[in-house]
Structure formats: structure tokens, C-alpha cells
Design a protein around this ligand. Structure first.
Ligand SMILES: Cc1ncc(COP(=O)(O)O)c(C=O)c1O
Length: 286
């Protein structure tokens, strides 16, 4: 079954899907993106993802490539045409195609690309049963990581370093030792008293949609959340540690820089958050 991509108004074979060499996404990383999980035939938290897309576009003065009511239709259509029941749908909007010049071009239409991909939900479940390892790296990203920009080179390098160290995620850490977030996830710890701790999202991290929905999940489970920074040392000594993102949900972390968290096994609170997530998240039929 050939994969299908949406590119600027057309559904095309994935293998033939192209954008122009002068697309500003290609030349300047002048664009933004979103990733929604697809689970059991539903697009998870789509309105929240499109709300964040709207904010990212506004912050960069990029226009909507299609009207906001049309985008969900395109997402659904790409999921449907690719027969994705479990996996993800990816969308990218750039400022468009223009002769290479730093300043915003006048009258350029933003480019829109949408792709979808299958994933094996049992593989994610197995990963959650064993947990993942993270390493820490110094924060070296720009100041506007609250915008979901396609400029991800520091994240690429950090995650490659994690892979070479036998880990699955890298945490960016401030000069004062506080944890910011992962290369593609938010970071959480659970204290000895069972309180969830995650850094405030007003500045310095991406406000993860999964993070936001986990606030709702925690409320449902009667768990307390503290929004505050935490250090690498506090994380290493925590009762549980986990990361969150659309594709990992709440994923237990069992080691940080080679130091085991608790007994080196996924924590029960993290697993209960993971279990309850789908019942709380908003599900739009694909
Ligand atoms: C840097 C970063 N932080 C956090 C997240 C988690 O965001 P979400 O839960 O919306 O997937 C991501 C997701 O890709 C990310 O790239």
C-alpha cells in the first residue's frame, strides 16, 4: 500500500512528494510543525495541537496555509488514505517559497505538508514496561523554544548523543543545573510524597500538549502537581521519573546519566497516568 502525503493542496505518492528548493523551511528553518498521536482510529488532542499551531504561526507572523476549519479535514484525509489506525500524523507549515533573502517576502503563500505514519502500539507498551534511559546535555538552544519551530539542530545533536550513549532521550539542562526538557519531550519527576513535578511552561520549554492533558489526568486520579524547576540531582533521587510527548504519552525513565532511578524499574504512578491517558484525552475520529 503506497503512502500518501499532502503537499500544498494535492494528495501525492509519498515517494514523489516534494517542495521547492527555495522553500524557506528548507533554507532558513522558517516554519513550524505539529505531531498528533493517532490511537485506535482517533486523532488525539487535535484541537489542542491546532491551538498551539495557531500560537506558533502568530509568534512568527506566518499566515495559515488553509483556513483553520479545513486543516482537520486534511489531517483526517491523510490518516485515512494511509490506513493509519495507530501511529502519528505530522504537519508542517513554512513561510513559503521565495527568492532567498532573510527578511519576510511579501505576498508569499505559506507551504503546508501533512504526512501520516503507522506505529506498533504494542512496541510502545513494551518500551513502557522496561522504561527508557536519558542523558543530560547543556542547554544550547535559542530563547524561543516555546515556539514549535522546525529549527531542531540542537535537538538532533542531543538525541544522537543519547543514542550513542545507549539512551533514548537527552535532557537539556540550564547552567544552574535545572532540567529544562527533553529533545522531543517534557520532563517530570514524582517526589517521595507522590507529588508530580514539572517545570512551568511560560518560558524556556515547549508547552507540551501531552503535558497539558496529563494535568487533566492527574486531577482525575487525585494526584497533586507542582509546577517548579527541579535539578538533575533531585531527579536522580526521585521516586519516579518520566517524560511526556504525543508519541510516548507518559514514558517511565529508569536511568539518568547511568544512575538508576529508584530500583531501576518503571514506577507505578507513571504507569497509572499512562493507562488513564486515553480515557481523558480528546479523541477526534480520523
Ligand atoms: C522540545 C519538545 N518538548 C516537548 C515536547 C512534547 O510536546 P507534545 O506533548 O505536544 O508532543 C516535544 C514534542 O515533540 C518537543 O519536541
Amino acid at each position: 500500500m503506497p503512502r500518501i502525503a499532502y503537499v500544498n493542496g494535492r494528495y501525492v505518492a509519498h515517494a514523489d512528494a516534494v517542495v521547492h528548493i527555495e522553500d524557506r523551511g528548507y533554507q532558513f528553518a522558517d516554519g513550524v510543525y505539529e505531531v498528533c498521536e493517532v490511537a485506535r482510529g482517533f486523532i488525539v488532542d487535535m484541537p489542542r495541537h491546532l491551538g498551539r499551531l495557531n500560537r506558533s504561526l502568530r509568534e512568527l507572523s506566518i499566515g495559515w496555509p488553509v483556513t483553520p476549519d479545513v486543516l482537520p479535514i486534511i489531517l483526517r484525509e491523510v490518516v485515512r488514505r494511509n490506513h493509519v489506525t495507530d501511529g502519528l500524523v505530522y504537519l508542517q507549515v513554512t513561510r513559503g517559497v521565495a527568492s532567498r533573502d532573510f527578511v519576510f517576502p511579501a505576498g508569499t503563500k505559506p507551504s503546508l505538508v501533512v504526512t501520516a505514519r503507522k506505529a506498533d502500539p504494542t512496541a510502545a507498551g513494551r518500551r513502557a514496561e522496561s522504561g527508557i534511559k536519558v542523558i543530560t546535555v547543556p542547554e544550547n538552544r535559542w530563547d524561543r523554544v516555546d515556539i514549535k519551530s522546525v529549527g531542531l539542530l540542537p535537538n538532533v545533536l542531543a538525541k544522537q548523543k543519547a543514542k550513542e550513549a545507549g539512551a533514548q532521550e537527552a535532557w537539556f539542562v540550564d547552567a544552574d543545573g535545572t532540567v529544562k526538557e527533553g529533545g522531543s519531550s517534557n520532563a517530570w519527576i514524582i517526589t517521595r510524597d507522590g507529588v508530580l513535578v514539572t517545570r512551568p511552561a511560560e518560558h524556556g520549554i515547549l508547552r507540551g500538549i501531552t503535558r497539558t492533558t496529563l494535568f487533566d489526568v492527574a486531577a482525575k486520579l487525585g494526584l497533586k502537581i507542582e509546577e517548579r524547576g527541579f535539578s538533575v540531582a533531585e531527579a536522580k533521587a526521585a521516586r519516579e521519573v518520566f517524560i511526556s510527548s504525543a508519541t510516548t504519552i507518559a514514558m517511565p525513565v529508569v536511568a539518568i546519566d547511568g544512575v538508576l532511578v529508584a530500583n531501576g524499574h518503571p514506577g507505578s504512578i507513571t504507569l497509572s497516568l499512562r493507562q488513564a491517558f486515553f480515557g481523558v484525552a480528546e479523541k477526534s475520529p480520523a
